[in-house]
Design a protein around this ligand. Structure first.
Ligand code: ZN
Length: 285
């Protein structure tokens, strides 16, 4: 089944839900993630896709969870229906906490930093302290505290004992101006009664079906389904431009090596540049 995001409105409230199982499985493998690292990265990427869906075409969002836990930084970057991300220390293991992966313990305490790259405006960066490192609560708290947006974010990644990603996804609920209190109260009740999003996805529920459950006893309007996936923004040319922006002395030192390697953390790709290519970059300085 293809991963996708469903956009809906429920009586003046925006509800988005998405399934990212294939995407998270692919990226967790790409980065050789442990169980808890895959869960943290999967949640962050799913959250970034949900927030990117609220933005305009060509706009981008970068989410950085910078905690003092063993995972180091968790970074997710989404533009439209594509996302990429990485974890600083993807190989760490932690004991389960109450039978669940301890994402909060792995992220630790610190800050969440969000940058929005907007059309026709300077990039906007906001931050606040992490609520609990579980990522969904951190995003909800960030939106409220730093962007004054009351919203509710739920994220989940279910990892099998052998490390395979069985289900991943989430939902996002945001009241638009003018939404009625009684609708919000009903939604709150519905959210409380809704099982974990991964439990629903694992038994085959689609994003539309999850929205119907969240919006039960209310008027649900499904707007559109958008396929989502992984895509890195890096390219050989972009890496070359980044090299060219280094100072001359550093470049000269690098150009002495037979092969210069540059690594993209987002897709775990290593680019190699020959002595001749480095000389060319240097000549352009
Ligand atoms: Zn890349």
């Amino acid at each position: 089944m293809q991963d996708y995001l469903t956009k809906a409105t429920v009586e003046g409230v925006r509800i988005y839900a998405l399934r990212t199982t294939e995407l998270v499985r692919k990226v967790a493998k790409m980065h050789n993630c442990s169980h808890v690292a895959g869960a943290a990265l999967g949640r962050a990427m799913t959250g970034a896709l949900l927030l990117a869906a609220t933005m305009k075409d060509g706009e981008r969002i970068n989410i950085r969870l910078s905690g003092d836990g063993p995972l180091g930084e968790v970074i997710a970057d989404a533009e439209g229906n594509f996302v990429r991300g990485y974890v600083q220390h993807p190989d760490i293991f932690l004991p389960l906490k109450n039978g669940k992966l301890d994402v909060g313990g792995a992220v630790g305490q610190g800050k969440i930093i969000v940058t929005r790259y907007l059309q026709n405006a300077e990039p906007f960066t906001g931050f606040c302290e992490l609520k609990n490192g579980e990522i969904a609560d951190d995003l909800t708290y960030y939106l409220y505290k730093s962007e004054q947006t009351p919203a509710s974010v739920a994220l989940g990644v279910l990892v099998a004992p052998d490390g395979d990603v069985l289900a991943a996804g989430g939902f996002f609920i945001q009241a638009m101006p003018g939404a009625e209190d009684k609708v919000l109260e009903q939604l709150e009740k519905n959210v409380m009664r809704t099982p974990y999003v991964t439990q629903l996805l694992e038994i085959g529920y689609t994003p539309e079906k999850i929205i119907e459950i969240l919006g039960r006893d209310l008027q649900v309007n499904i707007r559109e389904n958008i396929p989502v996936g992984f895509r890195c923004r890096c390219s050989r040319e972009k890496i070359m431009n980044a090299l060219a922006s280094l100072d001359k002395k550093t470049l000269q030192e690098m150009a002495e090596d037979e092969i210069t390697e540059a690594h993209c953390d987002f897709c775990n790709t290593t680019y190699q540049f020959s002595k001749a290519e480095m000389a060319k970059i240097l000549a352009g300085k």
